[in-house]
Design a protein around this ligand. Structure first.
Ligand SMILES: [Zn+2]
Length: 221
């Protein structure tokens, strides 16, 4: 159970400043809360917002945390920042950075985009505005990703997934379904292989892999 109530919802990691591979997911340049059965979580919301920024022409390098402690912030880092004010830092173990919910974004360009578009992703500047920090955004919950969840895919992957989803819904053309499933399986393996050499956090590999896996795992064929 997450311990912070925001807009009537419990959000964030179990213990402020304590992060694991289970309670947070990587984002380029940091980590954020991975969500629970009731909420998709801050990492997914951030990644989708980032993808939106990039597809609107933004530079990927703009839309990242400003530094290594600018998204999830460990207990040790919170202590350090508190002892080394200014700049002002929250009382240790109370910050939304410690709940895995906040990001201090690197550039004005990304901040401006987030001011305008963040609310669609559950990303709010409310707290940042209160403390006078243009860079501070927090996840306030209730983000609901596009239903087909295909925003991160390449054009070809997206077309194949859409076609497959439609044929399955309509229960039509098993041969074509089998062909698409085979193509997507091959593509999923390519992504996995590429990730082994240059990592999961480039070219949306993680989310693409998950989308393809969801469609090509043996039990879905
Ligand atoms: Zn902040």
């Amino acid at each position: 159970m997450s311990p912070v109530a925001i807009n009537g919802q419990w959000l964030g990691v179990e213990t402020n400043g304590v992060f694991t591979n289970a309670n947070t997911d990587p984002i380029p340049g940091g980590r954020l809360w991975s969500g629970n059965g009731r909420d998709v979580g801050a990492a997914r919301a951030w990644l989708d917002a980032r993808a939106g920024y990039i597809s609107a022409g933004g530079r990927p390098g703009d839309f990242v945390p400003a530094g290594p402690n600018s998204s999830s912030r460990s207990r040790g880092a919170q202590d350090w920042f508190y002892r080394h004010q200014p700049p002002a830092a929250a009382v240790p173990y109370t910050s939304n950075h410690g709940w895995g919910l906040a990001v201090d974004v690197k550039t004005r360009e990304a901040a401006a985009w987030l001011m305008q578009n963040g609310p669609r992703y559950g990303l709010s500047h409310d707290e940042g505005a209160r403390v006078g920090e243009w860079w501070h955004f927090r996840y306030v919950g209730r983000y609901s990703p596009p239903r087909d969840g295909l925003a991160h895919l390449t054009r070809t992957e997206r077309q194949l997934c859409r076609e497959l989803d439609r044929l399955r819904r309509e229960g039509r053309d098993p041969a074509r379904r089998q062909q698409i499933t085979a193509d997507l399986t091959l593509q999923r393996k390519r992504i996995w292989k590429a990730a082994q050499s240059s990592g999961w956090d480039v070219r949306q590999r993680r989310t693409r892999y998950r989308s393809l896996l969801a469609r090509t795992a043996p039990h879905t064929a």
